[in-house]
Design a protein around this ligand. Sequence first.
Ligand code: G3I
Length: 367
Amino acid sequence: MTPLPRRAALLGAASMMGAATISDHGDLPGGSGLNERAMRGNRFYGAAIDHRILAADRPYMAQVVRECGAVTAEAAFKWGAIRPKPGSFDFEHADKLMAFAARHAMMVRGHTLLWHEDNPAWLVDTLTPANAECLLVAHIRTVAGHCRNRVVHWDVANEVLRPEDGKPFGLRDTLWTRAMGPECLDAAFHACAAADPTALRCLNDYGLDYGWDGDERKREAMLALLARLRARGVPVQALGTQAHLDAAIPALSQAKLARFCADVASLGLKIVITELDVRDNQLPADPAVRDAAVASHARAYLDAMLDSPAVLGVLSWGLSDRRTWLNDALPRDDKLPQRPLPLDDQLRRKPMWQAMVDAFAAAPPRA
Ligand code: G3I
């Protein structure tokens, strides 16, 4: 794959602007942030931002400026946010995030154009084999066209694999695969390439992290799917691996992760760690115990992944424990908030932050 000069320039700019904006926020002690540390090895760091935080939590966003060279939206680029009605597009939250990123010279990841969740009721109710391709292609052309030159990576398709569904190529049984079959992926990637040829086109998924059989099967299915897409001329350029990790799981296999990265790279593809967080819902209550386990788990994962030159960078799904989807989706039995992110709920750097700094420092620099 060709190098990414525009992205490299943008990331270089992000680093320089980051230094300038830190001094604009003189109330922020503590030296250079995660993106600057990642940049030393020619990688980047960023975080997913909820639109309510962008609108209303200035201290949080000041930390985003300090720590991040990239942002994505938890929901603002999805069909659910952009397509409340069939005939119109609402870019309010996406535009606000892209404007914030432009002000701070950060790159933006768009997430996502094809997913089985967070779709408006009108789409779910009206999608048919007859209208699906037209709807999908029109949506992607409009959204990726609107964001052209502002979104630097697109998660074109999200969470497409579920081998246990028994569908061809391990694909998930979704509204899109039911309407279009596996060709929904071909159509989505081609439409994105036509609308914005310069954005890096990613296939994003979860469950690719651990040594156990389920994740091993999913890695195998992902490699076979990526190879098939490449062989058919589908313009996929990178794998996004979400990395929703669990600090209580011992089965992290660095050897399998390294092998997987090498196999993805051998297909000519890049890799982005797109949604890193480390859940602690099965750990004891003591915050120090949880923070140590989360940090060492993140370090072990990043050490294996960042060894691969194909891995361009890391985003976490949120920056601070102040807001994480995990408290809704997987609450702790004791109802304590989880601590899965680099900053705590008071926006202070945690052991996970230090583990990430150390992993960036230990990784071989990318050429
Ligand atoms: O924007 C509306 C708001 O207007 C309304 O008042 C509010 C009422 O609940 O809902 C808001 O929309 C919510 C949206 O997040 C924005 O906050 C949706 O209900 C809610 O379902 C949506 O949840 C997001 C979810 O994906 C579904 O899109 C989570 O924040 C987001 O963290 C989660 O992210 C996913 C990744 O896309 C894929 N990987 C897993 C990850 C976690 O589930």
